[in-house]
Design a protein. Structure first.
Length: 305
């Protein structure tokens, strides 16, 4: 039985991974987050320990108590606009805390699976990025995530860096929403939506991220893996696909350019990522964007018991 520690287990992606892995009897799972468990009713399948990973002494106590075989880090300060204005806080969470986790994983012999982002790329290539492309972030958030990746690769002898992009799915109460849920909600309310038409991503269903991470828990492969969707779409195309899947009024969606959006923080124009490595080495197989959207619509429309 493997002891697995999931850090950032209250977050959208972390909670999905926690729920999925804790259902498997071959794992003994511990969730950890800065705050109390958001779903304590599920605690029969895992234990939960509040921990501030920025505090090295406290985090070391967590490792000593669990002695994990695998550590999965989902925690991050991930809002680009916030990171741009709070750079010291972003560095502490996305670089310093990650470096400390990497040292502890190496000291305790733990495999370190660290989640990163497509925002490490500048978007100038205008082609699907592979794991071999050199990062060149255009904002501070992306810069800190790249530095975090470098810390993991430089310290750990057993690790996997998982880059994800626009993770979407049905959220739990109290969790941050995502592009698909936001578009569904606004269309249901009959509200207009302005979305960029010249920024392309490879959106990823949250269950597919969990699938990829689960495969890496059992793999011995080291290095970077792109765990994302197989459809490269602009943000506007995502919104239009949501409207089509709902049978909603597509005229409510207004595609605009990045310049017209006048965003405070720059984003890469193109950060679509290739999943060929994950497909060939891990057997990773994500659902299509259309299938993922229809799944969310079904879940949101399901009668509450």
């Amino acid at each position: 039985m493997k002891d697995i520690l999931i850090i950032g287990a209250n977050g959208f992606t972390g909670r999905q991974i926690l729920n999925d892995l804790s259902q498997q009897s071959k794992y003994k799972v511990t969730g950890s987050s800065l705050h109390a468990d958001v779903q304590p009713a599920n605690a029969a399948n895992y234990r939960f320990i509040e921990t501030d990973i920025r505090d090295f002494a406290t985090t070391r106590q967590l490792f000593e108590a669990i002695r994990p075989d695998v550590v999965i880090n989902n925690s991050a300060l991930s809002v680009p606009d916030y990171c741009e204005l709070h750079q010291e806080e972003a560095y502490q969470m996305n670089v310093t805390a990650v470096e400390q986790l990497a040292h502890l994983c190496e000291a305790y012999g733990s495999r370190f699976i660290h989640l990163s982002t497509d925002f490490v790329f500048d978007g100038e290539a205008m082609q699907l990025y592979t794991e071999e492309h050199t990062p060149a972030p255009v904002n501070y958030y992306g810069s800190t995530k790249w530095k975090g990746e470098e810390k993991v690769a430089g310290i750990c002898s057993n690790y996997a860096i998982v880059r994800v992009a626009i993770v979407y799915g049905k959220t739990l109460p109290g969790q941050h929403g995502n592009i698909v849920e936001l578009v569904i909600k606004r269309l249901q309310e009959g509200k207009e939506i302005r979305v960029v038409a010249d920024q392309w991503r490879t959106p990823t269903h949250v269950e597919d991220v969990s699938q990829g991470v689960s495969l890496l828990v059992e793999s011995n492969a080291n290095g970077i893996f792109h765990i994302c969707g197989n459809d490269c779409l602009s943000i506007a195309e995502v919104a239009l696909l949501v409207a089509q899947s709902m049978g909603a009024d597509q005229s409510l969606i207004h595609p605009v350019t990045t310049d017209e959006m006048n965003e405070a923080t720059p984003r890469p124009r193109f950060s679509g990522m290739s999943i060929e490595k994950a497909q060939s080495l891990l057997g990773y197989s994500p659902r299509s964007m259309e299938a993922g959207i229809k799944q969310i619509i079904g879940e949101l429309n399901r009668p509450k018991v």
